[in-house]
Ligand binder design. Structure first.
Ligand code: GL7
Length: 817
């Protein structure tokens, strides 16, 4: 147990908070009030460790990582905090003594969703691992007033509801007004001459005040508490009658509005760039504040700015934070008076970039007009970076305009952020082996040829502390009983489970736990969806953001196909299956939203058809988020990871399922490749085209979905049901767009962009193999245990150690109390 925790003190603290914050005694308190009182007591416990950690960092003058990210999908903090200082049994007892249940109290916490999906959740797992491994790190992001929306399903359609997560205050955060920083937008750049030197100053700008809020990131059992720093925006000078008199009224109003709108909401797009001006404002806002603060902090105890990179490293989580490159340049040039070469050396030794996607629609390209109007000084610097880089291209590839066309940073009226990130840093990494290979050999081939030393792979990982220890207490106790608890901080140790995979008693215990977790999920589904599902059926789960490349459509088309088989032959011999979906669609992504409607329409028909004897159920879980994800992973038998090969950079849900003993039904895409390598192809269900095949078709053509439609009766039958009202009798045309996307070339140059029909037969075969395999309970249990036992590679602890070794070069710190 961590030294900061004492049961009696904790109890007193809860009672004190209840009185002080709510003027209540415990027996009058609501669960929500109890949650707050407990959360503040937890903050009390960790606050000394938090202070001690930062004292230690200062004392040792450590190198610090700044993980710059537009998104941190943290999930709830209370349960994980309690686990981190190893006081869960005590806290549970304290609450029971006070008449409350810990689970119910945890359930009161809003689920801070300051992120969309994998990219934001990865950032959260990384912070957990950094603290647990004892590395000095800040997460830097935005304190969105509204994070990811709450999803409601009404009449089968997704409805977006703002998620006011700050409504009752957030007990874990601390406002740090003393670090507030001004961030400037717009205006123009004036050149002033001072004793023979030129200086650039921005004038006529609007500005906002960035105010940081700190959240504790608690290491597991090691007294380390790091910081997630998220920035809020405030108007610099609020209204004064004075300004009204001077005619500045308009300006005061504008500043007020600018501040309010900048941090208002997270853009709900996953893997898609919308090009909105406000988004660029958000990016510059949190980057300028974070970089300014990092430089000031460094200069508090160092005098030579030239060595900044020795003590600081900025990791750019995708291209969203790329303005960090010109912003650091600006500070070094304009505030510290460095020469271009000096500033460039420091900047390119400080910044490193992670690429998270190869999909062209996700690539950020800002129109010069917008970029230079919003960030005039930053744009000047980007132009100069570009000019010098093009010169370098010219030297290496004389007369090769093609190289310039492909690699220039400013080109064709646009600022290309990926190119800026690659040129402005010392490292470029992909997030799974296959993904990095595709970057090197296709998407970023020219950059790789020019600067191969920058490229490296860091296969993603997940934290076992949240996704097994907290999310699956039954399995986690069982694992610990078998092999001890070292896996909590050293996941590869979990391989010791492998010796139990053949043991019938262990198989039985494992399947019993899976069953209980399925009952827990069934209860959740009953409570939230009103649907009864049978925990003895196979739980076949696809939970992730809704996107065409992830192919939820292929999954539901297969359900439609199976249903047809059952209707033809009600005695069809099949193991009962529950198909579980969970997915949010970006609010403006029409086809994705229509796919949700399709899933719910199919569910409506199938779930009410008594003639199939309950052999298939379809459930769409409303509002998929971190907190219910933990329950879902624990209960899954089958993990659907069925993206079109080459499109899913890594995936991380795939790893969370594996850790919880689900078998992967997947394509050879992203990290699936490495999952299969670890667990063995015989313990997974792999199907579909390889990434090479997909890429070849994309380049050379030669795929015609119409051919499949014409030659495959079962597929044709399913597709016709999209447009004959079979699932939408009131409106037979409802799903026409989905039908068209598969067969007509109206909306894109090739129908079936994601090769759904092409992969469908092989997907169906894999599904059949699952049906067969599940009948052999002992085989299944063994394969499931082997999945858990071979998940060691996929801890984010391993990923972080690789980043530290190859990119960040941080020193581990011990914190004694
Ligand atoms: C993503 C990838 O799509 C996903 O495959 C990857 O696991 C994740 C973390 O590296 O990053 N890229 C991206 O833009 N989003 C992702 O989830 C939103």
């Amino acid at each position: 147990m961590s030294m900061g925790f004492d049961k009696e003190t904790f109890k007193k603290s809860v009672l004190f908070n209840m009185k002080n914050v709510f003027r209540k005694t415990v027996d009058e308190a609501t669960k929500e009030q109890m949650y707050q009182a407990v959360a503040y007591a937890v903050k009390d416990v960790i606050i000394d460790e938090w202070i001690a950690t930062h004292k230690e960092y200062e004392k040792q003058d450590v190198k610090t990582l700044y993980y710059l990210s537009m998104e941190f999908l943290m999930g709830r903090a209370l349960g994980n905090s309690i686990i981190s200082f190893m006081a869960q049994p005590d806290v549970k007892e304290v609450l029971e003594e006070l008449g409350f249940d810990l689970n119910a109290i945890e359930d009161q916490e809003p689920d801070p969703a300051l992120g969309n999906g994998g990219l934001g959740r990865l950032a959260a797992c990384f912070l957990d691992s950094l603290a647990t491994l004892g590395y000095p790190a800040y997460g830097c992001g935005i304190r969105y007033r509204y994070g990811m929306f709450k999803q409601k399903i009404e009449n089968g359609y997704q409805i977006e509801i703002p998620d006011d997560w700050l409504k009752n205050g957030y007990p874990f955060e601390i406002r740090r007004a003393e670090y507030a920083t001004e961030v400037k937008f717009g205006g123009y750049v004036k050149v002033v001459r001072e004793n023979g030197k030129e200086r650039f100053v921005q004038e006529g700008y609007q500005s906002v005040l960035a105010v940081p809020y700190d959240m504790p990131i608690i290491g597991y059992g090691n007294n380390v508490v790091n910081t997630l720093r998220i920035w809020d925006a405030q108007a610099i000078n609020t209204f004064s009658l004075d300004s009204f008199d001077k005619g500045d009224y308009q300006k005061a109003v504008e500043q007020e509005n600018l501040a309010k709108t900048i941090v208002e909401v997270l853009y709900p797009n996953d893997n898609h760039y919308a090009g909105k001006e406000l988004r660029l404002k958000q990016q510059y806002f949190f980057i300028s504040a974070s970089v300014q603060r990092a430089v000031l902090k460094y200069m508090e105890n160092h005098d030579d700015i030239h060595k900044f990179y020795e003590k600081n490293v900025f990791q750019l989580n995708d291209t969203h934070p790329t303005v960090a490159v010109p912003e650091l340049m600006r500070i070094l040039l304009d505030n510290y008076g460095l020469s271009w070469d000096e500033a460039w050396e420091i900047t390119t030794k400080t910044c490193a970039y992670t690429n998270h996607t190869i999909m062209s629609e996700a690539l950020e390209k800002w129109p010069i007009e917008l970029f230079s109007r919003l960030l005039p000084r930053i744009y000047q610097i980007v132009e100069e970076i570009n000019r010098r880089f093009q010169q370098k291209i010219g030297e290496m590839y004389p007369g090769n305009q093609d190289k310039v066309r492909k690699m220039a940073i400013v080109y064709d009226g646009q600022v290309r952020m990926a190119n800026l990130a690659i040129v402005g840093g010392f490292s470029v990494n992909g997030v799974a082996r296959l993904h990095t290979e595709i970057l090197k050999n296709q998407e970023l081939k020219d950059f790789y040829e020019m600067m191969p030393e920058k490229f490296n792979n860091k296969t993603n990982g997940i934290t076992q502390r949240r996704f097994l220890l907290h999310g699956n207490p039954l399995l986690s106790e069982w694992v610990t009983k078998k092999i001890g608890n070292e896996w909590i901080t050293n996941l590869p140790h979990i391989h010791r489970l492998a010796v139990y995979a053949d043991d019938p008693k262990c198989q039985q215990e494992f399947m019993d736990i899976k069953y209980q977790n399925k009952v827990r999920l069934a209860n959740y589904i009953k409570e939230h969806n009103g649907i009864e599902v049978d925990p003895r059926s196979i739980f076949d789960v696809q939970v992730k953001r809704l996107h065409e490349y992830k192919r939820q459509l292929m999954n539901i088309l297969h359900v439609m196909y199976l249903y047809n088989q059952l209707k033809d032959n009600p005695n069809l011999d099949m193991v009962p299956r529950t198909f579980i979906f969970g997915a949010k669609a970006a609010a403006g992504y029409r086809r994705a939203k229509l796919t949700i409607k399709l899933i719910n329409s199919v569910a409506e028909v199938i779930n009410h058809d008594r003639s199939i004897g309950g052999k298939i159920k379809v459930v769409f879980i409303e509002d998929y988020k971190v907190s219910n994800a933990e329950i879902i992973f624990a209960a899954a038998d089958v993990s659907e990871q069925i993206s079109t090969a080459s499109k899913e950079a890594s995936g991380t849900g795939n790893m969370k399922f594996m850790l919880n003993g689900a078998l992967t039904l997947g394509t050879m895409d992203g990290a699936n490749v490495e999952i299969v390598e670890e667990v063995g192809a015989e313990n997974a269900f792999i199907f579909g085209m390889t990434s090479d095949e997909v890429i070849r078709y994309e380049r050379e053509g030669g795929y015609d979905p119409m051919e499949i439609f014409n030659n495959n009766y079962e597929i044709r039958r399913v597709l016709m049901q999209l447009i004959n009202g079979y699932y939408s009798p009131q409106d037979p045309e409802l799903f026409r767009d989905i039908y068209n996307s598969l067969l007509n070339t109206i909306s894109s140059d090739r129908a079936d962009t994601y090769f759904i029909l092409k992969d469908f037969p092989s997907y169906g075969e894999a599904q059949k193999r699952i049906d067969q395999a599940y009948r052999d309970e002992s085989w299944w249990a063994k394969a499931a245990i082997l999945n858990v036992a071979n998940s060691g590679k996929f801890t984010s602890d391993r990923t972080i150690l690789e980043y530290v070794r190859d990119i960040w070069h941080l020193e581990k710190v011990n914190v004694e109390l």
